[in-house]
Ligand binder design. Structure first.
Ligand SMILES: *Cc1c(COP(=O)(O)O)cnc(C)c1O
Length: 353
């Protein structure tokens, strides 16, 4: 099909969801389109994708499920840990709290999210302990789980030591640990560690691994490292409208992403582009990074007129976190466009100086 020139605009970095489908996911989708196959996940692609996860995570008994998006993955994962009278500790800035329209509470029939104030969106053992032990009477929803976002919504990465310390606290208090890994690959690339070390070997019970922001059209994987926790999870997915009838188109892209290492290469590229922008604007007057750049996000604080000036130059960005400009980089980020953005920021900064 010919390209539609009117629909293609210069690359923007407002969201990592602006990116298209990476070649590896696309090729696997095309391969899965050859002929007919059993439906509802009974096909060979889905089995192969689940095996690819078990291999990548070095965990032969991991239970793997596929959902259409991250909101569903998080909400159903947390619901599987909780009864309606339970509660889940999260950071105040967590996606489950701020950007999922109450889906975790809805799908758990009312389990309450307990938010902790944090720096950089990172929960600490102290914060978890304070919320988990503050009340133990019958009138308060019983704390059952902790959810952390890796990397956080502002692009900070929990170190392995931090995850281990959190999981130790969870074990001690009888809580389960869930990881929202919408950008899990970016965290792995940033730490240079194995997926196993960042999850089950560090005490994480349950992971939502994001495919969409990693280069797929759609899809998140839910990994249970304790198979017992996965009991009946398939029913939960079906009831929530998350069981794809043509499952192979949700699972095959994962084969393309995981088997050849595209998941990690994509994330490394995205992280490198974030570093590239951060370095290019590091010493400009009026512009400052709001958070350490550890993954694929750069948040820049600047005077309102300069942010307006950047918009006037045609750049799109969100300011919903702390009023600064958020830039997100994906597998397809063009370094020349990153440089063009940096140059426009530089020219505004010079005008004002
Ligand atoms: C993008 C994102 C999700 C998933 O969002 P959907 O739009 O539902 O796919 C979940 N958690 C975090 C931290 C995210 O950034």
């Amino acid at each position: 099909m010919p390209q539609e020139p009117d629909l293609v605009s210069p690359q923007q970095f407002a969201s990592d969801n602006y990116a298209g489908i990476c070649p590896e996911a696309w090729a696997a989708t095309q391969a899965a389109n050859a002929g007919s196959m059993p439906a509802y996940g009974e096909d060979a692609w889905t089995a192969r994708a689940a095996d690819a996860f078990r291999t990548l995570f070095d965990k032969a008994d991991a239970q793997v499920f596929f959902a259409f998006n991250g909101t569903a993955a998080n909400a159903l994962a947390l619901a599987s840990l909780c009864q309606s009278y339970h509660s889940v500790i999260c950071a105040a800035s967590a996606h489950v709290e701020t950007d999922e329209c109450g889906a975790p509470e809805f799908f758990s029939n009312g389990s309450k999210l307990l938010v902790a104030p944090t720096e950089n969106g990172k929960l600490t053992p102290t914060a978890v302990r304070a919320l988990a032990t503050g009340r133990s009477d019958i009138h308060f929803p019983k704390v059952r789980a902790v959810t952390i976002t890796q990397p956080t919504e502002t692009g900070q990465v929990y170190t392995l030591e931090e995850i281990r310390a959190l999981s130790a606290t969870c074990r001690e208090l009888g809580l389960r640990l869930h990881m929202d890994g919408a950008r899990f690959a970016n965290a792995c690339a940033s730490l240079g560690c194995s997926p196993a070390d960042m999850t089950w070997r560090a005490g994480v019970d349950l992971l939502c691994f994001g495919g969409t922001k990693n280069g797929m059209a759609a899809g998140e994987a839910i990994l249970f490292f304790d198979p017992a926790l996965a009991e009946d999870f398939g029913y939960r997915c079906k009831q929530a409208g998350q069981l794809a009838s043509k499952m192979r188109f949700l699972s095959a892209p994962w084969v393309g992403m995981l088997e050849g290492g595209a998941w990690l290469a994509n994330a490394r590229h995205a992280n490198a582009c974030a570093q590239r922008l951060a370095a290019a604007v590091a010493s400009l007057p009026d512009w400052s990074a709001m958070f350490p750049v550890e993954a694929n996000a750069v948040f820049l604080q600047a005077p309102a007129d300069q942010l307006d000036g950047l918009r006037a130059k045609g750049w799109r960005f969100y300011t919903f976190i702390g009023g600064g400009a958020r830039f997100m980089f994906a597998w397809d980020a063009d370094p020349a466009r990153v440089d063009a953005l940096a140059e426009d920021i530089r020219s505004l900064s010079r005008l004002a100086a």
